[in-house]
Write a protein that binds this ligand. Structure first.
Ligand SMILES: [Zn+2]
Length: 277
């Protein structure tokens, strides 16, 4: 009897230790910062939902589709679902949190920032990369979650480089906004967006440009990403809606059902959510 009780206590201690070890991993990421966007000046007051940290609001975290309910074969669109969060120039994030992030186990750019992804969707990144690998395509995570400050660093460096080419500050900012979201309005703040290239692409020192669209990887992603819950977020023919130039490398997790619907209808996320400016 005593032995059994000791075993029970030992098991309980083992479980507690495991839980502590797991929970400590989200507290010790020194290369990340938890920051607000400070966007009180730009955030529209109509922005209703708590856009981050929504795992505890009743959503079944074991479901890739969040609380989405299917009706008549089509997924129901609930804009409050964590996987349907809209972040764009007119929908900035009010808070950027790393609460739901986990480390991706896929190949990453060595000096990139493609390490952290939303834990509710990370397994689908892995599945997509594995499926591509079976086709001989070596996908690489170049950029995923970004803090406000990291986005600001990217944004400012583009502005500065355009100004160095002779543009005024306003011209440089306008040009930068074609491809780079202003801090606080980047989908990368959500942990649900990923810039994907390939190991070969990076080994050749190629950057993010339109010619990536011609690669087998980009073609494969365009036709298959929805099977893993991802959409090509900034299609060429939707530039006037997304306000972002074509990015054949940028994919966004929305869940398999929504992604399949968006893919088959040939629309972008703004159209899907009925959020056209
Ligand atoms: Zn991106």
């Amino acid at each position: 009897m005593l032995l059994i009780r000791k075993r029970i206590i030992a098991s309980a201690l083992a479980v507690m230790t495991t839980v502590c070890l797991l929970s400590s991993c989200s507290a010790g990421w020194e290369d990340l910062e938890s920051v607000g966007t400070g966007s009180g000046d730009s955030a529209p007051s109509s922005e209703p939902q708590d856009q981050t940290g929504s795992a505890g609001n009743g959503t079944d975290s074991s479901s890739a589709e969040g609380s989405t309910i299917q009706t008549g074969g089509k997924p129901e669109i609930n804009p409050d679902d964590w996987n349907l969060i809209l972040v764009n120039p007119s929908h900035p994030l009010e808070e950027i949190t790393r609460d739901n992030l986990v480390e991706l186990t896929v190949t990453q750019k060595s000096n990139g920032n493609g390490k952290y992804f939303d834990r509710r969707a990370a397994e689908y990144v892995v599945q997509m990369f594995e499926a591509a690998k079976e086709e001989g395509i070596n996908l690489l995570s170049r950029s995923t979650f970004r803090t406000y400050n990291l986005q600001k660093t990217y944004f400012d460096s583009h502005v500065n480089s355009f100004m160095a080419q002779g543009m005024t500050e306003d011209e440089a900012k306008e040009k930068t906004l074609d491809y780079t979201a202003a801090p606080g309005t980047s989908e990368h703040h959500t942990g649900l967006a990923i810039d994907i290239t390939t190991s070969e692409w990076e080994a050749d020192g190629k950057g993010l440009n339109d010619s990536f669209a011609e690669t087998d990887a980009a073609k494969w992603l365009k036709e298959n990403a929805h099977k893993y819950g991802f959409i090509l977020r900034y299609p060429k023919e939707k530039e006037s809606i997304t306000k972002i130039k074509y990015e054949p490398w940028h994919f966004r997790y929305v869940g398999v059902e929504h992604a399949t619907e968006i893919y088959s209808r040939g629309i972008c996320l703004e159209e899907y959510l009925g959020e056209l400016d």
